[in-house]
Design a protein around this ligand. Structure first.
Ligand SMILES: Cc1cc2nc3c(=O)[nH]c(=O)nc-3n(C[C@H](O)[C@H](O)[C@H](O)COP(=O)(O)OP(=O)(O)OC[C@H]3O[C@@H](n4cnc5c(N)ncnc54)[C@H](O)[C@@H]3O)c2cc1C
Length: 421
């Protein structure tokens, strides 16, 4: 077995939250390791095929800046597409305020930034076990050659599924049912404008009646959802009733996602104009919207979110409509009132019944409706950066994260470009 490695901070998960947490902690001067089960950073942005982080601007001003935003901006500039100006806000069309980026470039720029900040990266690695010690957390990491021990003074769970929190028996909320997942593809080989959508819809309804396809195979609708073809297979289908928090659930959702695409492919190939249809792989895995959240020292409720509650210990802003994808009800979308910009308290990143652990990204402590807004990529980046700063300061000042002076936290975050309410 490899000899034990020691880090001040171990971040688990290199999605929007984890990559910002690791860069921030390392920049603050503590030894930092980033553990990621895939071979690429970005999480849902890259492996999930959703490269459109949002929302960084609200009501004509920028409300989320910092490490995540800088990476998004550099990705756009590198590809010759500077970020657009966002001078207005119309949350009826909130997707217009998200920024499309090249996922490969984004991941490569993350690698560059990890190296520059001095982050030790461990791709293709998962946490095998986590045990609480007096002064930190004992981890067994699982690499390709097996298990090895690592000691971390602080761990930040950015897995999207609270996997480390679960191993430490932290209290959590488990969504049942949870929002559907979506497996993206790139559909090509046809001209959408030349298709007879009504004829396809009729054939689809007949195929549903025969049990050959399911309405969810094309996403929202009681029938054929033409968005699948016009949007070229992006962010469309729905894979419902599977909680993919653990490897068992994850396995089920991947298989169900591919089965859904296969059913649809077989159906569509038979329709006039779609004979040359191809589904090109553009997501290595099914995108998962919801599994578990931690129970934190503070919990953001939908009421607090909608009211734009200004917490005394706010670490960042968040901005997105409540956006719950419910398999039964449909889309529950509730835009924020004009001028409202919600905030995220530090307490939502600190689990209640364990120590030395922080959490960021979509697992932050929030009720289901508030989480449906907080889960998007820009607030995940901002909460990740805040958790990285908190973990680093809590090591350096030898204080629990909840006792780190807010003035110190603000100073560190602002020095790294973040906007603190
Ligand atoms: C279909 C879909 C569409 C979406 N559309 C948008 C959109 O348009 N704009 C937007 O801003 N947001 C969108 N979102 C929401 C957003 O993408 C996610 O909520 C966000 O990426 C969550 O970030 P995260 O860092 O918390 O987790 P994730 O992005 O899930 O990243 C978690 C990372 O942790 C790794 N990991 C997981 N478990 C382990 C483990 N045990 N050990 C090691 N590594 C682990 C994963 O491989 C992954 O890299 C969408 C989500 C989905 C599913």
């Amino acid at each position: 077995m490899k000899s034990k490695e020691y880090f001040d901070v171990v971040v688990v998960g290199a999605g929007p939250a984890g990559l910002c947490a690791a860069i921030q902690a390392a920049r603050a001067g503590v030894s930092t390791c980033l553990v990621e089960k895939n071979g690429i950073a970005g999480g849902t942005i890259t492996a999930g095929g959703i490269p459109c982080p949002g929302i960084f601007h609200a009501w004509g001003r920028q409300v989320i800046d910092g490490i995540g935003w800088q990476l998004v901006k550099r990705t756009r500039e590198e590809s010759g597409n500077p970020v657009p100006e966002f001078s207005d806000t119309n949350l009826a069309e909130h997707w217009r305020y998200q920024i499309t980026i090249e996922p490969m470039l984004f991941a490569a720029l993350c690698d560059e930034e990890f190296e520059k900040a001095g982050v030790t990266i461990k791709y293709h690695t998962m946490v095998g076990s986590a045990t609480l010690a007096d002064d930190g957390i004992e981890l067994a990491l699982c690499g390709k050659d097996g298990l090895y021990p690592v000691f971390a003074r602080r761990v930040i769970d950015c897995t999207g599924d609270a996997n480390v929190a679960r191993m430490l028996h932290a209290e959590m909320r488990i969504s049942d049912p949870c929002q559907p997942g979506t497996l993206c593809v790139y559909a090509t080989g046809y001209d959408p404008e030349k298709l007879d959508i009504e004829a396809i819809r009729k054939a689809f309804d007949e195929a549903v009646a025969r049990g050959e396809v399911s309405c969810e195979d094309t996403g929202w609708a009681n029938s054929f959802n033409a968005h699948f073809l016009f949007g070229r297979g992006n962010n469309s289908n729905h894979i419902s009733n599977i909680n993919a928090a653990d490897s068992e659930g994850r396995t089920r959702i991947e298989i169900a996602g591919r089965a859904s695409l296969l059913r649809l492919y077989r159906f569509l190939k038979k329709q006039p104009g779609l004979e040359k249809l191809e589904f090109k792989l553009n997501a290595a895995e099914c995108g998962v919207r919801e599994t578990r959240t931690i129970v934190g020292k503070a919990t953001i409720t939908a009421e607090d979110y909608a009211a734009g509650k200004r917490y005394d210990d706010a670490v960042c802003y968040a901005f997105y409509p409540i956006d719950l994808h419910d398999a039964k009800v449909g889309l529950d979308k509730r835009p924020l009132a004009p001028g409202v910009v919600p905030t995220v308290p530090r307490g939502a990143l600190i689990p209640v019944n364990t120590r030395h652990l922080l959490a960021a990204g979509r697992i932050l402590s929030s009720d289901r409706l508030a989480n449906s807004a907080l889960r998007v990529q820009a607030p995940c980046m901002a909460t990740g950066q805040a958790a990285g700063a908190l973990a680093a300061l809590s090591v350096q000042l030898q204080l629990p994260a909840e006792n780190v002076p807010m003035a110190e936290l603000r100073k560190l975050l602002e020095a790294n470009g973040a906007i603190v309410p």
